[in-house]
Write a protein that binds this ligand. Structure first.
Ligand SMILES: NC(=O)c1ccc[n+]([C@@H]2O[C@H](COP(=O)([O-])OP(=O)(O)OC[C@H]3O[C@@H](n4cnc5c(N)ncnc54)[C@H](OP(=O)(O)O)[C@@H]3O)[C@@H](O)[C@H]2O)c1
Length: 263
């Protein structure tokens, strides 16, 4: 059984949604929690609440992780607090939607910097200590869109395919070192994610909750799974891609995801 008590956990994107629920569940299991995001006020409210409710130590670190070097600066701040991270939850991320050419390259760059570059950099900063300790947990938040092309959210789905592939390799490289690496693949989940993505354009309904996603992650870690998909329906949708050609999946998901205005 995985022991969370008195471990130090760092959760990125903890100011809302899945990250907030993750920080809450870790604190409930006795971990001391470092919460990271850009929204200082929200993080401070959460940190205070977790400390008062669960009696754990909490730390607020404000960071824009889409900026180059942000992970290194965070690692310095963690060191200055005298902490060593045992559990890393790489959760911060956002998505874009629409035809590829409708989003600016600057916005794509920001998404790649956050969803991919910072996730790798955070891993590079905190994995060595886990390797020294021969123990630790890294959860990388991917998506059920990692398993097949998803036109009209194509670049976002590709960042999540990267996260899935990267996490699987990391799991294999570290499996003899007592480190668990999990790619957490939520389906459409009720969070602030849909402040920037219009769910009415999606061919799927938003049924997941941050709490159900986090429960799925904890179950997956218990079994040392390499990836987990939240929701049985999402599991079957994701794995159905194995039985069809890639071309078929691209055509099917384009047809299902095509905005009504483009029909
Ligand atoms: N909701 C879904 O349907 C769904 C499905 C599959 C995967 N996911 C993934 O789940 C993860 C969490 O998203 P969510 O659904 O919980 O959405 P959310 O409620 O919008 O949370 C996103 C979190 O990321 C933080 N964040 C965004 N940009 C950041 C930046 N530049 N630097 C630091 N932190 C930043 C946000 O905090 P600040 O704004 O305060 O910085 C917030 O705490 C993402 O990786 C997302 O791709 C979501």
């Amino acid at each position: 059984m995985v022991n969370y008590k008195d471990k130090v956990a760092l959760v990125t994107g903890a100011s809302s949604g899945i990250g907030e629920a993750y920080a809450r569940e870790l604190a409930a299991r006795g971990s001391h929690v470092i919460v990271v995001a850009r929204s200082k006020d929200k993080l401070e409210v959460l940190a205070k609440d977790l400390k008062a409710t669960y009696g754990v130590n909490t730390y607020v670190l404000v960071s824009d992780l889409s900026m180059r070097g942000a992970a290194g600066e965070l690692a310095e701040q963690v060191k200055a607090l005298g902490l060593k991270v045992n559990i890393l939850i790489n959760n911060a991320g956002f998505g874009t939607e629409g035809r590829f050419e409708e989003t600016s390259m600057e916005r794509y760059q920001e998404m790649v910097d956050l969803n991919i570059t910072s996730l790798m950099d955070m891993t590079a900063q905190f994995l060595p200590y886990m390797q020294q300790q021969k123990g630790g947990i890294i959860v990388n938040v991917s998506s059920f869109l990692a398993f097949y092309p998803f036109p009209y959210m194509g670049a976002y789905a590709a960042t999540k395919a990267f996260v899935l592939s990267f996490s699987e390799s990391l799991w294999a490289e570290n499996r003899h070192l007592g480190i668990r690496v999990l790619a957490l693949c939520p389906g459409a989940t009720q969070t602030g994610f849909f402040d920037t993505v219009d769910s009415t354009n999606l061919p799927i309904s938003v049924t997941g909750t941050p709490q159900s996603v986090v429960k799925t992650a904890f179950r997956g870690l218990e079994k040392n799974r390499i990836y987990v998909i939240d929701g049985i329906g999402n599991y079957w949708i994701s794995n159905s891609a194995r039985f069809f050609t890639r071309k078929f999946m691209a055509v099917l998901s384009e047809r299902l995801g095509r905005p009504a205005s483009k029909n």
